[in-house]
Design a binder for this molecule. Structure first.
Ligand code: SF4
Length: 307
């Protein structure tokens, strides 16, 4: 059995930094609290818990010590509440999320109605809308943005993990309903690379195994992509969940691709159908365009993706 791996794996730099800052804080010996899971990955959460790090939902849950803001970021008032309580605050908000927050605020300050592509209850989106002033709307599907009224000034931004082609489709639509439009492309380049790599991998195999936290939007999007390409896709958090039956019904030489959902650990397994692995790694980005079109058609007909 040959394992075929996606060429983009492992933590993104934003999550890596948040985990490292949490671990460094734990080494001080003071009580350390993560405001929400620092990464949607149970294995890492267990590792941090073993070092004495506690996950809290609200700054009020931390009696003393250090509170680490995760890569998703928070509304400014949440940070203010941490400091008001006399707690030390370590802000691990990813630089790309900070950039999106800055652009969102800029659009609001300049009088644009902010149109944010994202999942409304995702922590990153909750942080972003705090910068969007009073006139904003969060949309996640084409069905939702088709209901937007005509407007004078529209400013478009995105949650970092949204699919890039969805963002492009939203921008194209807003151009038809606004007199003036300003766009900041805040889709994360790391996310784009991972989605492209997952799509390329799906072109090489019939089954995809995505490894990552079950509640990670990033990881679930990778599973969605594989299914949109009519691939059998399994989402696991660790190698313990691998099942023989996923391969048993297949004939000799059938394929199995493996993809690590970002962010997540590097446990991946799979079997190729004997294609040249290096050839798979050489595939050009443009090879995924048909899959993107299928993905867009799928989303148009869907109720939107989960968080
Ligand atoms: S996915 Fe992108 S925006 Fe989000 S934490 Fe990672 S690098 Fe930052």
């Amino acid at each position: 059995m040959e394992v075929l791996l996606a060429r983009e794996n492992g933590f993104c730099f934003g999550v890596k930094k948040a985990v490292e800052l949490t671990e460094a804080a734990a080494e001080t010996g003071r009580p350390v609290f993560n405001l929400g899971q620092v990464v949607h990955n149970p294995k890492i959460s267990e590792r941090l818990a073993a070092r004495g790090v506690t996950v809290i939902k609200d700054p009020a849950d931390a009696p003393e010590g250090i509170v680490v803001i995760r890569a998703h970021g928070v509304p400014p008032e949440v940070r203010a509440r941490i400091e008001e309580r006399g707690l030390e605050c370590i802000d691990a908000t990813c630089s790309l999320v900070l950039r999106a927050q800055r652009f969102t605020k800029q659009l609001a300050d300049e009088g644009y109605k902010v149109i944010l592509l994202g999942t409304p209850d995702h922590p990153e989106v909750i942080g972003l809308v705090a910068y969007a002033g009073d006139d904003y709307i969060v949309v996640e599907t084409e069905e939702q943005w088709k209901k937007l009224p005509k407007m004078k000034r529209a400013g478009v931004v995105s949650q970092s993990t949204q699919p890039p082609w969805l963002f492009t489709a939203l921008v194209a639509h807003v151009a038809t309903i606004s007199q003036e439009m300003k766009v900041y492309n805040t889709v994360c380049p790391v996310t784009i690379k991972r989605q492209v790599a997952a799509t390329e991998l799906a072109e090489q195999v019939r089954t995809i195994i995505v490894v990552g936290g079950k509640n990670s939007a990033n990881t679930r999007e990778l599973v969605n992509l594989a299914r949109m390409q009519d691939r059998e896709a399994y989402h696991i958090e660790s190698a313990d969940e691998l099942q023989r039956s996923w391969h048993a019904h297949r004939s000799e030489g059938t394929d199995r691709g493996a993809r690590e959902g970002g962010p997540g650990p590097g446990v991946v397994h799979g079997a190729s159908r004997g294609r040249d692995r290096r050839a798979a790694e050489r595939r050009e980005v443009h090879a995924v365009q048909p899959a993107r079109r299928r993905a867009h058609r799928h989303r148009r007909g869907s109720a939107g993706h989960d968080t």
